[in-house]
Design a protein around this ligand. Structure first.
Ligand code: HEC
Length: 157
């Protein structure tokens, strides 16, 4: 009885743990990972834009931290998050990643490089004053948007 209940508990444990680490379809995990990383970008960029627009008070320490977070994200190797075949034609309503990410590869790399340059320039000055932040924040927003215009399915309204 004791052993049987132990085995039972072990099986329950497995059934709880396994689906988290091994989704049946690895492409779904990759899609979730890249969308999560994009959400972290947006969550850090939001207050920087609000400060630049005067919608929240400029705080040098916070501005420096948020820009530093964006910079830190550049160091992530996210190549596993973009497997071929994980586009919005294969996974409608799960992803907005357009197939041309893969069919025109490595063209998207140029957008990534421009984005990285804008984040590095922002990070260098974000804590140095409101005007410094304002001078570099626009380029970051534009490089986010530039890539989305090209490679992300538009929101359905
Ligand atoms: C080099 C291209 C590229 C750059 C640069 C880029 N994105 Fe994205 N982003 C994408 C693609 C492609 C998707 C669609 C991903 C999907 O649905 O699988 C996406 C999706 C998103 C999403 C939606 C995530 C979700 O939960 O579905 C947000 C939010 C986002 N990006 C924010 C940003 C912000 C903010 C920046 C700049 C700080 C940025 N992105 C820069 C390509 C890019």
């Amino acid at each position: 009885m004791k052993n049987a209940s132990r085995l039972f508990l072990a099986l329950i444990g497995l059934s709880l743990v396994v689906p988290v680490f091994a989704d049946k379809d690895p492409n779904i995990n990759a899609i979730k990972a890249r969308q999560g990383e994009m959400q972290i970008r947006a969550h850090n960029l939001g207050p920087l834009i609000a400060m630049a627009k005067g919608k929240m008070p400029y705080e040098p320490k916070l501005a420096g931290q948020l820009a530093g977070n964006l910079k830190l994200l550049l160091d992530l190797d996210t190549s596993r998050d973009w497997p071929p075949g994980s586009d919005n034609k294969s996974y409608p309503h799960k992803t907005r990643a357009l197939p041309n990410i893969w069919t025109s590869y490595p063209e998207i790399g140029k957008y990534g490089k421009d984005y990285a340059t804008s984040v590095n320039e922002l990070n260098a000055v974000a804590g140095d004053g409101l005007e410094a932040l304002q001078s570099k924040i626009g380029a970051v927003g534009n490089t986010c948007k530039g890539c989305h215009d090209e490679y992300q399915e538009e929101h359905q309204h």
